[in-house]
Design a protein around this ligand. Structure first.
Ligand SMILES: O=CN(O)C[C@@H](CC1CCCC1)C(=O)N1NCCC[C@H]1C(=O)Nc1ccccn1
Ligand code: NI
Length: 186
């Protein structure tokens, strides 16, 4: 099972590597890694388990964050209300942004990262809508479109596969300066 001890922190070289594509059919190990990544997100969002295991709640995780330089991401975005089904619960292998909006967006509160043990204030400007191609655990290729908060999360995770950290996108001179056409997501 993945706990915070398995999550590497900034300064660890794997966070700056470009991760390798995953081969299909999946090895038993890669299948296990994917399942454990999703289990971590689910545990981290369960108050009792998170408290028990001292987990920081997360909505996404990329394999490089557990020192596995492979192109695997897990996303678990809760629904709007407590008992709603998740907005998105998915493991993507070899995800790739194949098209995106011209329009940009950022989270009003900026971003954080489970691999970054500090606050880094500033707007992280990303595409407001993306089309992602990815393979599922059976190797079947899918295309999916995301917008809003979900699009931001998926972009944050795919960045990790390319060795990019959220603060690489922050304008150091003016962290909260954004063009007037950038959508600010509450
Ligand atoms: O690469 C992946 N990561 O680094 C985990 C990150 C991913 C998100 C950060 C911004 C977009 C994607 C993550 O989830 N967080 N960042 C640090 C602490 C907070 C936590 C978070 O936003 N938690 C959360 C939010 C809503 C509901 C439940 N939990
Ligand atoms: Ni992160």
């Amino acid at each position: 099972m993945i706990t915070m001890d398995n999550i590497i922190r900034e300064g660890h070289p794997t966070l700056r590597k470009s991760a390798d594509s995953v081969a299909f059919p999946l090895s038993a190990e890669d299948r296990k890694i994917a399942a454990e990544m999703m289990e971590f997100l689910s545990n981290s969002q369960d108050e009792k388990i998170a408290e028990e295991l001292n987990l920081r709640a997360g909505v996404g995780l990329a394999a490089p964050q557990i020192d596995v330089a492979k192109r695997i991401i897990a996303v678990l975005i809760p629904g709007e209300y407590e008992d709603d089904p998740p907005e998105l619960a998915k493991v993507m292998f070899n995800p790739k942004i194949i098209s995106h909006s011209i329009e940009s967006a950022c989270l009003k509160g900026g971003e954080g990262c489970l691999s970054v043990d500090r606050e880094v204030p500033g707007f992280v400007v990303r595409h407001s809508r993306i089309t992602v191609s990815y393979q599922d655990a059976e190797g079947v290729t899918h295309k999916a479109r995301y917008k809003g908060y979900t699009a931001i999360v998926v972009q944050h995770e795919i960045d990790h596969l390319n060795g990019v950290m959220f603060y690489d996108h922050i304008n150091e001179q003016a962290p909260f300066a954004v063009a007037d056409d950038v959508i600010i997501i509450e």
